[in-house]
Ligand binder design. Structure first.
Ligand code: SF4
Length: 539
């Protein structure tokens, strides 16, 4: 990004360079993040900028940096670009009224739906009951309200699916299966659960992992994106792990009987290529006619200088040492590229079926089978096919995208418990107008100073309203507000008046559409009068 172009980034880019607060991602804690960049290093969330170019005609929340991070969104972007199947799913805890923060996620779901995805929206009622102690009556009422807003904003229930966790038997069955691959110590480490945590709360976590994989259950495994705030990342990470743990087979690439990690494999491949002289195992020729032995590769590798790849150079030195150990131990065993299917959870039948389905040369061992002359990609899809044919799920790891949290209108966090800090989608349009008029700004003390120094749009909740919501798809407006502000051409009074009027219009229109959506909601098969009994968990 060019330093000189003002980035309409939702006003939350830290410009002060101060050390940030400790980062913690707690799905049930207070949602605030000091520095979004820390999430990259700390948790392995990737910068959205890295995939932005793969997205055809990106959403304005992507263009403005509001969606700042992702996990493996590239596979979804690719499916979208190639007209291949993909899905999106997110969930909402019905603990209060939907507000403008939820609208970000509603919009993200709707956008993916219009791009041809199978899109799911769910009401996390089991979570609200067990983790927040909400009564079923309150839950019913809020659930209805979330669904109305989602429909009013354009979700097409004919194309997509809306459900309540408590009503979805397939999700609960899937949760039960997934739960057998997770244990309490892990929940302790991820969520800080302890001996006081109620059991239903834990069950709601398992339910959420099932929600996240549900789109792949409905039809077939496919790239799936979960649009959420970064506080939900622990759930995404856990689900990505569980998806992998459920798989029948693990596919790796090997050169001999031993396993290699990615770095070691790069080095052994270099040795093999140098010594075997461009034998291509996937070309259809009988692979590995060359008589390279492990010990030959060890001799070659010993003299090899791995190329310096930034900070990874150190790792490669380590990888070289361990690869050498393995090759030397291999002695006169021939070195031949192969894909390996490791049996993780397969039934005997499935393992036999896999062996039968491998075309070409193969060698069967206890617990794994090696295939020569097959690409890794082909092996991955064969493994998935056999798994699905034998009652497995064949899940892909779900992807995610993360949006920034909005700043509260009164400064600090936007919080549902402080009415003046947020705007509910049910607020009277006049109240919405008033809240914006009295919002904190990034303006200077006097108009004079403002003209001289410019306002601090990056610190301004009102600017955020433009970028996240009021400017809609109109980048021109967002950029105009930003640059007029920082150039000192815009004063806060007028700026807030304009924003307040847009907010009033938005709320009026949204509420009309909510009224229209009532009928649509009635026609859907969602029980909003659940008649359940119970008291819920601690909160
Ligand atoms: Fe915020 Fe607008 Fe004032 Fe700039 S002019 S600080 S964007 S209210």
């Amino acid at each position: 990004m060019n330093e000189d172009t003002p980035r309409t980034d939702g006003g939350t880019e830290r410009a002060d360079g101060e050390p940030s607060e400790d980062v913690a991602l707690d799905p049930w804690g207070s949602a605030s993040v000091g520095d979004y960049a820390d999430l990259f290093a700390e948790f392995g969330i990737e910068a959205f900028d890295d995939v932005a170019d793969d997205v055809v005609d990106p959403h304005y929340l992507m263009r403005r940096g509001v969606i700042f991070g992702h996990r493996e969104y590239d596979v979804v972007a690719e499916a979208m670009a190639n007209d291949e199947p993909f899905a999106a799913l997110s969930g909402f805890m019905p603990t209060g009224d939907p507000h403008i923060g939820h609208k970000l996620v509603f919009d993200e779901l709707i956008w993916h739906q219009r791009r041809g995805g199978d899109v799911f929206g769910l009401i996390a009622d089991l979570e609200a009951h067990s983790a927040r102690g909400m009564s079923w009556d309150e839950i019913d009422e809020h659930a209805r309200s979330y669904l109305l807003s989602l429909l009013a904003l354009g979700f097409d229930p004919e194309e997509g699916e809306l459900y309540r966790q408590s009503d979805n038997r397939a999700v609960q069955d899937l949760g039960f299966e997934l739960g057998s691959k997770a244990n309490f110590s892990e929940f302790e480490a991820i969520y800080g659960f302890d001996g006081e945590t109620n059991i239903s709360h834990m069950q709601s976590v398992v339910t959420q992992t099932a929600d996240i994989l549900y789109p792949q259950l409905v039809d077939e495994p496919k790239p799936t994106v979960i649009p959420v705030g970064p506080d939900q990342d622990p759930h995404v990470r856990l689900t990505r792990d569980l998806a992998t743990r459920m798989r029948y087979f693990k596919v790796t690439e090997a050169f001999a009987s031993f396993e290699l990690d990615d770095e070691e494999r790069t080095l052994v491949r270099a040795a093999y290529d140098a010594l075997a002289g461009g034998d291509d195992p996937a070309s259809g020729d009988e692979a590995g006619d060359s008589d390279v032995r492990c010990e030959d590769a060890a001799a070659w590798l010993a003299d090899y200088e791995p190329p310096e790849v930034d900070a990874e150079a150190v790792d490669l030195e380590e990888a070289k040492a361990s690869a050498l150990d393995k090759l030397r131990a291999g002695g006169r065993e021939p070195l031949r590229p192969r894909v390996r299917f490791l049996d993780r959870n397969a039934t005997d039948e499935a393992f036999e079926a896999l062996i039968g389905a491998i075309a070409g040369e193969k060698r069967v061992f206890e617990g794994h089978v090696d295939a020569f002359g097959m690409t890794r990609e082909a092996a991955e899809s064969l493994a998935r096919e056999v798994e699905i044919d034998h009652d497995g799920f064949g899940f892909r790891q779900p992807s995610s995208i993360y949006h920034r949290f909005m700043t509260g209108l009164t400064g600090g966090k936007m919080s549902s418990s402080i009415p003046a800090s947020h705007i509910s989608l049910l607020d009277d349009p006049e109240d919405g107008y008033d809240k914006v008029r009295s919002a904190t700004t990034g303006g200077r003390d006097t108009a004079e100073k403002q003209r001289e120094l410019g306002g601090e749009a990056d610190e301004c909740p009102v600017y955020e309203l433009y970028a996240y919501l009021l400017a809609g798809d109109d980048d021109g407006l967002a950029t105009e507000v930003y640059s007029e502000c920082v150039n000192g051409e815009r004063l806060c009074g007028g700026c807030k008046e304009q924003a307040a009027e847009l907010m009033r219009e938005f709320l009026e229109e949204h509420q009309e559409k909510r009224a229209e959506a009532e009928e649509l909601l009635e026609d859907l098969d969602i029980d909003l009068d659940s008649d359940r009994r119970g008291t819920g968990g601690e909160h």
